[in-house]
Design a protein around this ligand. Structure first.
Ligand code: ATP
Length: 235
């Protein structure tokens, strides 16, 4: 028997009020692999992650975590089962220090270990421990919010636009970090504006267009084939 996907959206539709945003979206993220979710602005990528992490309830369809139906579960309960959502635009507490943010991300009893691990991964955070998160640069805030993906010991991490607005050298750091997560056996669902870069570290790719899945398949094939132009070339 094959293992269940770490995460699955099965026929998910979703709406904000009257506006339907997702139509019959099915995405499966196999354990320990990287799945890319790409597509133009407004296609529904962020909404798909929000459905997966319990922030938005689907109007129909199912969410499964390691094969278990979890549709309608709260974000907190899903987090307790190993799902970590690193949201777009830096999921940090701006008025708390870096140290306090890392403390909140670490499981009780392993705070010191968590701070050590995060500062070993991103040394700049070590220099900023006593600084309020809101005063960090965009890149530093992104490193801080990505630290949750390590410290909470998740099995599946959803990352929304991890390189948005970052300098190229920081983007390199962030992608190295994502590769480390994969090497540790953590499944990743990655939304990014840099389609090429994201596809190059992904195993499977999904393209969303106007709330519907337009492509499902190998990330390499999407990168190499004519399909790339067709699906992503325009934006
Ligand atoms: P982007 O990269 O621009 O964030 P996206 O693919 O992540 O795009 P979503 O953020 O999921 O797309 O948005 C999909 C559609 O839903 C857009 O048309 C957007 O305007 C709309 N939308 C998103 N959030 C809300 C909300 N809270 N209320 C109403 N409409 C929303």
């Amino acid at each position: 028997e094959t293992a269940h996907p770490a995460l699955e959206l099965r026929g998910v539709s979703s709406a904000y009020g009257e506006t339907q945003v997702l139509r019959d979206v099915s995405i499966a993220v196999p354990p320990g692999s990287v799945t890319a979710l790409i597509g133009p602005n407004g296609a529904g990528k962020t909404t798909s992650l929000r459905v997966a992490s319990g922030l938005v309830k689907p109007t129909s369809g199912e969410v499964l975590l390691h094969g278990q139906p979890v549709t309608g579960w709260s974000p907190h309960r899903l987090a307790g089962r190993g799902l970590c959502h690193v949201p777009e635009g830096r999921g940090v507490y701006r008025n708390l220090t870096v140290e306090e943010n890392l403390t909140m991300m670490s499981p009780p009893g392993s705070v010191a270990e968590g701070i050590e691990k995060a500062t070993a991964t991103f040394p700049i955070l070590g220099d900023r421990l006593k600084q309020k998160a809101g005063t960090l640069s965009g890149g530093e805030q992104q490193m801080l919010s990505l630290s949750a993906a390590y410290l909470r010991k998740p099995t599946i991490v959803l990352v929304d636009e991890p390189s948005l607005g970052l300098a190229p050298i920081i983007v390199d750091l962030v992608f190295d970090f994502l590769k480390t997560l994969k090497a540790e056996g953590i499944a990743l669902l990655l939304v990014d504006q840099y389609a090429l870069r994201t596809l190059s570290i992904a195993d499977t790719a999904y393209v969303l267009r106007r709330g519907q899945i337009a492509y499902t398949g190998s990330a390499q094939e999407l990168l190499q084939g004519d399909m790339f132009e067709q699906y992503i070339g325009e934006g």
